[in-house]
Design a binder for this molecule. Sequence first.
Ligand SMILES: Cc1cc2nc3c(=O)[nH]c(=O)nc-3n(C[C@H](O)[C@H](O)[C@H](O)COP(=O)(O)OP(=O)(O)OC[C@H]3O[C@@H](n4cnc5c(N)ncnc54)[C@H](O)[C@@H]3O)c2cc1C
Length: 297
Amino acid sequence: MRWQAYHTPQSVDEALSLLSQYAGGAQIVAGGTDLILDMQQGNHSALQALIDVTTIRDLDQIREDNGWIVIGAAATHAAIEASPLIRHHGAALAESCSVVGGPQVRNVATIGGNVAHALPAADGTIGLLALNAEVQVCTWNGAAVECTWQPLLSIFVGPGKNRLAANQMIGAFRFPVRALRSGSAFDRIMRPQGVALPILGVAAQVTLDESGRRAVAASIAVGPAGPIPFRATESETILLGAPTLDETALERAIDAAQRQAELRTSKHRASKEYRHEMIAVLLRRVLPKAVARAQAA
Ligand SMILES: Cc1cc2nc3c(=O)[nH]c(=O)nc-3n(C[C@H](O)[C@H](O)[C@H](O)COP(=O)(O)OP(=O)(O)OC[C@H]3O[C@@H](n4cnc5c(N)ncnc54)[C@H](O)[C@@H]3O)c2cc1C
């Protein structure tokens, strides 16, 4: 038996008090598309209990709240892809969730599981990162739950490892509503028969000034390009300093991303050199698309 007990809590309080009682012997499960497969394949030790967070009321909600788009941790990739709010305010996220697995996977796999699994190439994570998303970490203090918002990158430690303790879970994510003259986009390169993770994924968001040519904000997320999801900060600085977002600025941003990215060769996906070239291919697709969306907004 890979687990002894399976709990279906109705609230975050109940889920976290259960999790704490097992003191490391239990784990949260959402869609199970990473965790259960890992257990079946022997890559994860047996557990005393699984705590299913998809039964928690409203944990799958997507809503606008006071200048933010808030996405419950148990929202599925299918729900995010179909959400008019997310398509409007965070196209990069809708696009990144729309390519995760196939329809069966997207119907059950959650954005919380995608982030908590902590892989640097996870598609939904890369989409969230380009939107400057924050993560809500909920902690059981022995009597009640306290939730705080923190930058998305703060919960990553390394490949497959997050910073959540045995009394913590992700409650939600949020990103700012789309600013005036702002647009975002995502694209990835996948092996034709590829399953699970891409060779490379890139998401970008830009906000333009009144002329519609100069960037006043820019964010670029790339994965895998290091042990944790990667922000191409040097490219962002170049875009922000460019008098206009033309071909020269784009090529300089590509050079910077290629220099800053920590690429590696993976046996099942691609060589480091191929990934280096694909940074350019994807940025040439994604940045002009984000700029065009910003100009049309
Ligand atoms: C066939 C197939 C294709 C796939 N294709 C892709 C792909 O193209 N792109 C991609 O990025 N991924 C892909 N995946 C991986 C996977 O589907 C995603 O990472 C998915 O989002 C995981 O979500 P889940 O709800 O299934 O997570 P689960 O498997 O339930 O959980 C994963 C991890 O997150 C933890 N967790 C879950 N929810 C929370 C929470 N709220 N708080 C704290 N910890 C939590 C669990 O304890 C576990 O450690 C694929 C998987 C399969 C099986």
